[in-house]
Design a protein around this ligand. Structure first.
Ligand SMILES: [Zn+2]
Length: 407
């Protein structure tokens, strides 16, 4: 499956720009139940055009009229508000981490309906993707009546969204893996692939902590350490989606040797592997599971807490560097200590430095971050271009589009 040739460089497709349809559906997501007249006022689109888009979304089953009509000033025709119809459609989410793959079903509000974790026996792409497709098929079989619109895949490392390819993920040993092609063939569904930091920035923007923020930076600190930056709803990709590759950014005071030959690179310093190795050396845990360090700290082990606080402080110093470069309004950090412990959040804020610390917050999805990451890739496509996606996924036909036999 791995290809030796690099995928072609493609220009930004038109569909990536925000369309009026997207603006209307986003407004329903954020404000629903909401009157069409309010959508018109919020978006600046004409009432006729909002009514037209709402009629099309309603036909597609993406929105419905809310049960409770609201009267405007108590006189005249009632304004029947519209809301997202979250009862019909789901998206599949696949997140490939180093030790395991998370497979999930999400509704249109980004809520996780079902999920499964598949521990990797090995990380050969053929086997990882085949098992993900199989698990996705099983989740769909267990959720009759939910029609899948598509599948989103989030992977760390270098991912080229336009070609749906994982270009390079050294920790998984993946090189030029055509994920969209392989998973699309196995599931019979439209598949969208993106880097997980960008997937999470979209999740926070659409459903989480960064709603309404004009610019947001997301920093993911797992085994992979990467970042994504969005302004005015656009996630910056750069040529071949290489933006956010910050694994080898030098951390002030870092001591950890990196594969690249230098010392104190961000990923070497902050990865969960490093945390676990330090915790094993200190006799805190015997496993390779970073959640065991969090559990040990919660059980009162002071060394476990110290390691987590130290790491959170270093994450804060990395955030400070990125703040200086990008100056985002909001920073969302996905890191296990910060997600679960107040002392880590405090250390993070201290690392950032006081005056900007309030704009730095942990992820809005502490219990489902990986499941949400995968699904958000597909949901971002839906909310960005709802009418095109409905066409792609055969919404107008009555025949379910998923090929369960091959999934
Ligand atoms: Zn390095």
């Amino acid at each position: 499956m791995p290809r030796t040739e690099a995928p072609p460089v493609t220009p930004t497709p038109m569909s990536r720009r925000r369309t009026s349809a997207s603006v209307v559906l986003r407004s329903v997501l954020e404000h629903g139940p909401v009157a069409r007249s309010t959508i018109s006022r919020l978006t600046g689109l004409s009432p006729a055009s909002v009514t037209d888009y709402c009629a099309r979304f309603s036909e597609l089953g993406l929105i419905r009229e809310s049960a409770v009509p609201r009267r405007s000033n108590g006189v005249g025709r009632p304004h029947v508000p519209v809301d997202l119809d979250d009862s019909r459609f789901v998206v599949g989410g696949v997140h490939v981490a180093v030790p395991y793959t998370t497979v999930a079903l999400l509704d249109l509000r980004g809520r996780v309906l079902a999920r499964r974790e598949l521990k990797h026996e090995h990380t050969a792409p053929e086997s990882v993707l085949a098992r993900a497709a199989e698990a996705l098929g099983a989740l769909l079989d267990a959720a009759p009546g939910c029609r899948p619109l598509g599948v989103g895949v989030a992977v760390g490392g270098w991912v080229d969204r336009d070609s749906g390819t994982v270009v390079e993920h050294p920790l998984l040993g993946w090189h030029d893996v055509p994920v969209r092609e392989v998973l699309g063939a196995r599931t019979g569904l439209p598949v969208h692939v993106d880097g997980h930091a960008r997937a999470l920035v979209n999740a926070e923007r659409l459903f989480g902590r960064a709603r309404g923020s004009r610019s947001v930076l997301h920093l993911f600190v797992g085994n992979v350490v990467d970042a994504a930056f969005a302004t005015n709803d656009e996630v910056h990709h750069g040529p071949r989606s290489q933006a956010g590759t910050i694994a080898h950014l030098p951390v002030p005071g870092g001591t950890e040797p990196c594969d690249c030959g230098r010392t104190g690179c961000l990923q070497a310093e902050l990865s969960e592997r490093t945390l676990c190795r330090r915790a094993r050396r200190a006799g805190v845990i015997e496993s390779v599971n970073p959640m065991h360090v969090v559990a040990a700290a919660a059980a009162g082990d002071p060394e476990a807490a110290r390691l987590l606080v130290e790491r959170a402080g270093a994450v804060g110093r990395a955030v400070r560097l990125l703040l200086d470069v990008l100056n985002p309004e909001t920073v969302v950090v996905t890191e296990i200590g910060v997600m679960h412990r107040q002392d880590c959040l405090t250390a993070l804020h201290e690392g950032v430095g006081s005056e900007r610390a309030t704009s730095v917050m942990p992820t809005g999805f502490p219990d489902s971050v990986l499941a949400v990451a995968g699904g958000a890739v597909a949901l971002d496509v839906l909310f960005r271009d709802p009418l095109t996606l409905s066409h792609l996924s055969g919404l107008n036909s009555e025949t379910p589009n998923v090929d369960r036999a091959s999934a």
